[in-house]
Design a protein around this ligand. Structure first.
Ligand code: ZN
Length: 347
């Protein structure tokens, strides 16, 4: 039986069947592995910053059209014949390996992948959100034998309230601030959260909305690619609500609101913070894994050891943190064949 390995190199996650190497989300540098295919799940820096280090002309790079647009803005250059753009539901076969793109629900253009090596089908989530928001539907379920998952918030202290409830709390606090005569300054990551915040400001407050320049660029790309309007807003200028990056200074004489999953455990000075995240919270992560019910789970980001231990202990699913050295995957070919026969059993 061919050997199959998944591990974390110094330049991204490696899927290797012995003769072919696929690298997902190149970040970092120094790896000597020459990939046959590169996957980019989305345009956040920690998933793409190592691309220039590992890419050589002739290596196909798979990503969504939106991610390509975003990384091009950041100056990444690829030979046009190497660029393979997939939207959710689209697939391509390269070197005998099938890559199927799935919707990740994280930020503009974010993808998950099902990678079929013939004898085994791997699901790779990248960053994902298995909960819908006002601007994006939740991540797709993956059909796979083994799951490689992001667990940024993989401990129970990051069990966020459902978005429906959070939205209600946010609406109340925003309206209170407005009724007290404040201008509000809403802060979240410019790529991802800020698009949701623009839409929430429109729905909850109306009035004039001013977004900072980088938020405006991402908002426009989001609107053009999704067809979803985020609201009437201006880039720069004055407003009743300001939408800014999490690290940008707040608008003058405003009340500051911060939106990040870390708000579940951290206090922020002079700000009202909500655990509104573009990642799945703990319970949502567990729900996602349970619905897929894979043969095994490799936890690749975040609380890797806690989350893998939890899956082993509570769900009896073999699971471990992604290893730094190649480790052979143990899988059951009978179960693999069974999954193929009953492909849609979980929908
Ligand atoms: Zn991300």
């Amino acid at each position: 039986m061919p050997r199959f390995r998944i591990f974390l190199s110094s330049n991204g996650i490696v899927f290797s069947n012995g003769s072919k190497n696929v690298i997902a989300d190149p970040a970092g540098s120094g790896s000597e592995i020459v990939p046959d295919v590169i996957l980019i799940s989305h345009a956040h820096t920690d998933h793409v910053s190592g691309l220039s280090d590992i890419y050589r002309p002739g290596i196909p790079v798979i990503m969504s059209p939106e991610t390509y647009r975003l990384i091009r803005l950041n100056g990444y250059k690829l030979r046009s014949s190497d660029i393979i753009l997939l939207s959710p539901g689209e697939n391509i076969i390269l070197n005998g390996i099938e890559f199927l793109a799935r919707h990740a629900g994280h930020v503009i253009g974010s993808l998950m992948f099902e990678i079929d090596f013939g004898n085994i089908r791997i699901g790779y989530t990248g960053d994902f959100n298995f909960e819908s928001s006002v601007i994006m539907r939740r991540a797709d379920i993956l059909d796979c034998d083994f799951l490689v998952i992001d667990a940024t918030y993989g401990t129970p202290k990051y069990s966020f309230p459902p978005r429906r409830i959070l939205y209600r709390l946010i609406r109340k606090k925003l309206r209170e601030a407005r009724d007290e005569g404040y201008v509000v300054s809403l802060h979240g990551y410019a790529l991802g959260k800020a698009q949701e915040l623009t839409r929430l400001a429109w729905e909850f407050l109306g009035g004039s909305i001013s977004v900072e320049k980088k938020v405006g660029i991402y908002n426009r790309i989001f609107e053009e690619s999704s067809g979803i309007v985020l609201g009437p807003y201006t880039i720069g200028g004055l407003g009743d609500s300001f939408i800014r990056d999490i690290s940008s200074p707040q608008a003058p004489r405003s009340k500051r609101f911060i939106f990040t999953g870390w708000a579940a455990t951290r206090k922020f000075d002079n700000a009202i913070a909500f655990p509104l995240s573009a990642h799945s919270g703990f319970l949502t992560l567990v729900d996602f894994v349970e619905r897929i019910d894979p043969q095994g789970v490799i936890v690749a980001y975040g609380f890797t050891s806690f989350f893998s231990k939890y899956l082993r202990r509570e769900l009896d699913i073999p699971s471990y943190p992604i290893p730094l050295i190649p480790r052979e995957l143990e899988f059951n070919p009978i179960k693999t064949a069974d999954r193929r026969l009953n492909k849609n059993h979980f929908y």
